[in-house]
Design a binder for this molecule. Sequence first.
Ligand SMILES: CSC[C@@H](O)[C@@H](O)C(=O)COP(=O)(O)O
Length: 353
Amino acid sequence: MTDAIASNVVPLKWEGDRASGTLRMLDQRRLPTEEYWQTLHSAEEVARGIRDMVIRGAPAIGIAAAFGMALGMRAFDGEHTSRALELRRLHDLLASTRPTAVNLFWALERCRQVAERLEDADNAALTDALFDEAERIFQDDRDNNLRLGNFGAALFEGPTRILTHCNTGALATGGYGTALGVIRALHAQGKLTHVWVDETRPYLQGARLTAWECVQEGIDATLITDSMAAHFMKLGQVDAVIVGTDRIARNGDVANKIGTYMLAVLCKHHNIPFYVATPLSTIDLSTASGDDIEIEQRDPAEVSHIGERQMAPEGVGVAHPAFDVTPANLVTAIITEAGVVHPPYTRSLPTLF
Ligand SMILES: CSC[C@@H](O)[C@@H](O)C(=O)COP(=O)(O)O
């Protein structure tokens, strides 16, 4: 796959050799004002990085978890007989970090299969194979994004104004991005007129990260609060909405950043297409519908405060579901590296695999 039009932004990188090297993670909590790379040595540190949102975005979480498994195995010097127990512990540690993004569990399952295949190999060989797998997951995700970006861009003929939500770019993936990957491809093909970037309350992934990626890439973007989307749609200034996803159920229901469902309803009202861009690794055919997807509940302080500053009075109740589920009937099409599928998703999604 060509790298020619890919951005250079990555959420993590390996530094040094496998025996003593470290995982470097770009601390996304400090962007856009500071580019600070954390240095991680262990599975425990990787788990903390995912839980604390140093790294976030469904595919990036999966990639980090795979490196966490490799780092965990590298540190293991026990007997072969206790290895299965240690692998289980590492799996559970990493799986407990965030519940909604299925890529986390998908990547850990790939690592489990590697360990199963190498059951009789020594610890060093298994560690090496887990590093190989983590690198493959990383590289494949980037390649898949480039593919799906081109499939997505082909849906648009002329000058296009896109609205997007949360951060689905290079920072959230192995590189390039899903929804932001389609936007990058449109930009590269000269078809993109403008991007509306939802700030994405309360964690501000749009304002802090998508806006930063657009500026880095020279993409003409305007930051809006989530509540302004309807206004610009009514003015006829949005041609399509493209979002990413943390998990798509078998019936096509889409879990994504809180506020996504609201956009899909607005699109229906304004007769605007609502697209979801995703690698196949985020499609979970084992989950029947969105009702079965666990929605992460995050710290209320992320809603009541902006940074350190308290915005709400003590004593008020605060809710913070980090994701919502958009019903399949509001989704115009799902864009993947294997092509674009349309409703009914119960029929079209399985054809992708
Ligand atoms: C390619 S990223 C798709 C989704 O993971 C993204 O839209 C999103 O909701 C990220 O949520 P986050 O809570 O920042 O991890």
